[in-house]
Write a protein that binds this ligand. Structure first.
Ligand SMILES: O=C(OCc1ccccc1)c1cn[nH]c1
Length: 247
């Protein structure tokens, strides 16, 4: 997968050289390039922002540099490697919620292009113009406001990269994890069996895999009902047999 990131703080992405994402880059699973938006400014001050039409606090990112950046990174003509147009992702408090389902969707793309907004955001025409030729998604990580999109891109990239083939050691851990089956994950334990007077639930040491699976499912349902009733409501009802419904 090819990923391009455009930001006025490219150094934010240095951590991506570490850990799993670093390995994914090393083995070519992920080809990541980070670009400084100011590359596409031409004034001596390399200006990327200006005051908002209609008034209001803060500044807005100017369209010109973004337009040139997107032209350069998502050229219309097919490049030698026959690349398709990228999917443009713009983190924003006004975006559609980022979910594990979207992470899976993005992991299937061949080229992602992230635009990191700062200040009050990017001139809307940048997104409207880009949408004339590529798929554009404003995406929100949650109902809060950050200084800019960089941190959100790090989160999205981590969620997507770990889904790419060969990045996670045992792919098994993918289908067990929270949000993989519409429920939160059951509590996890490891050695020692007793720690500071606290025991590991006996069932997990019973070796009875049917009992263990049932216990984990019950725990997942209870946890989800307690912490995320919204997820219980979203469960496919036919998937829940009578025993499952948490009382
Ligand atoms: O703050 C966020 O993105 C950065 C951003 C982009 C545009 C204007 C202000 C801030 C964000 C919050 N939830 N998900 C993303």
């Amino acid at each position: 997968m090819r990923v391009d990131v455009v930001s006025i703080f490219p150094e934010y992405f240095a951590p991506l050289d570490l850990s799993l994402i670093g390995k994914a880059r090393a083995n070519g699973t992920l080809r990541l390039a980070v670009h400084d938006l100011r590359t596409w400014t031409h004034d001596v001050h390399r200006t990327v922002d200006d005051t908002p039409y209609g008034g209001g606090p803060g500044m807005v990112m100017r369209p010109e540099p973004w337009g040139e950046a997107l032209d350069a990174l998502a050229p219309d003509e097919l490049s030698p490697d026959g690349h398709t147009l990228p999917r443009l992702l713009v983190p924003s408090p006004a975006g559609v919620p980022f979910t594990q389902a979207m992470a899976h969707e993005l992991a299937a793309e061949s080229h992602l292009l992230f635009a990191c907004g700062r200040y009050e955001g990017i001139d809307q025409r940048v997104l409207d113009h880009a949408a004339q030729r590529m798929r554009v998604t404003e995406v929100s990580l949650g109902d809060y406001v950050l200084f800019g999109g960089e941190v959100a891109v790090l989160v999205i990239l981590e969620a997507v990269t770990r889904l790419l083939p060969g990045v996670l050691g045992n792919a098994g851990s993918l289908d067990e994890e929270s949000h993989a089956h519409g429920l939160l994950e059951a509590p996890m334990y490891t050695k020692p069996a007793t720690w500071r007077g606290l025991e590991v639930p006996e069932v997990l040491r019973s070796g009875d895999h049917g009992r263990i699976a049932r216990w984990r499912r019950d725990e997942a349902l209870t946890r989800t009902a307690d912490r995320r009733p919204d997820m219980i409501a979203a469960l496919p009802q036919e998937g829940l047999d009578k025993r499952d419904v948490a009382t």
